[in-house]
Design a protein around this ligand. Sequence first.
Ligand SMILES: Nc1nc2c(ncn2[C@@H]2O[C@H](COP(=O)(O)OP(=O)(O)OP(=O)(O)O)[C@@H](O)[C@H]2O)c(=O)[nH]1
Length: 399
Amino acid sequence: MTILHHLRQPRGCLAFLFAVIFCTLSAVMGSYVYSACQKASANYTKLVSDIMLAQQAAPQLREALEEGSSRQPNNKHIEYIDHFIATSKQHLNNIQTNIERDRFLTSNVNYLINHFSELDNRLSDLNQQAREVHQHPELIEPLQRGAMKVGGSLAWLYDKLLEEVYTMSSQQSLVMQRLSIAINVLLVVIIGAAITLSMAVIRLHRQRNVMHQLMLTDELTGLYNRRHLVNVAFAVLTQAQRDKTPLSLLLLDLDHFKQINDTYGHPTGDEVLRQVSKKLRQLSRPSDTLARIGGEEFCLLMPNTSTPDALQVADRLRREIEVSELGGLNLHANPTISIGVTTGYGGSLTFEQLYSFADKALYQAKSLGRNRVESLLPPIAKASENAEKAKNYIHSLIS
Ligand SMILES: Nc1nc2c(ncn2[C@@H]2O[C@H](COP(=O)(O)OP(=O)(O)OP(=O)(O)O)[C@@H](O)[C@H]2O)c(=O)[nH]1
């Protein structure tokens, strides 16, 4: 199902086409290399030495026959002739077997195969005639003529065979050259495929990282977005519950941002957002999570931070933004921010509940004139806060 789905995509089609071409090319090249290897590795030395031995037997037979015709042939002499005929037959059969073992040679000398069986028959006839010469010495002459003809045919056959073997062995060097080219091409194809695959994997990996980044960050400011904040909030709330530690949440909102947009234009408004975000990021701790959660609204999640510490941080941020010059914008006045602070203890509240308290505190900061920090604590947090204060008070009395 998923494979079919991928194949329907243009990239999936291309990858499939590439894989098919690569497999076909590899199969063709592989089979060519295999057959070329076999051709190149064929050894014709034994065949050549057999043919040369056989070539030597023919003149010996002729000599034996000539000797027989010059005097009365006796038993020993006929056996001698018989021996050479048998040897010639033996050589012929050996050569034929050698040829049949090599399929490349067989296909090249196929047109000579009939001559082997014909000469074998003629040698058998000569053998028969040589035996008859014993009773009929006058038959030595036809035997001699026949043997001469067979000798001539054998010599022709062996010459032809040597020619073919010579041609084939000279082809071997050509095959070797082509083989090395084929292997190089195969290597290039494999390396090319490996590089293409690696590049595709790297590209996919980068795309995945970019997509992941896009999913979790705000495009304009580069800060985390609400989605990431909610994920982190879930994790830090669980941690706060486990460790029984406070978790503070700050909601920061630029004051009169609409006026900035209206006065200087939207692109300047964007630049203000970018520069304020950069400043806030520089001022916040790495363990805290800063996110842009709306147009000109930011959220700072501060694990393991009590309300007094959170208020301190909030006021520092507010003051720094108030006094920081925004580069290249030429604004009449620096932008300011209002901040709402809240704290949950031991992970007792959900993110939404904390957010709602901080939002109310922010609303209060706006209503009380902006560029200020206000806090609103949930009832449990208030109790914990009071307990903390009492503990500190007792501590100060003792010491
Ligand atoms: N340039 C720019 N403006 C934005 C963006 N997102 C939201 N805004 C603008 O931010 C302004 C927010 O206006 P308001 O909600 O009235 O808030 P404010 O003007 O800051 O007033 P207070 O918050 O009450 O101080 C609107 O004009 C939005 O159009 C953004 O990405 N870029």
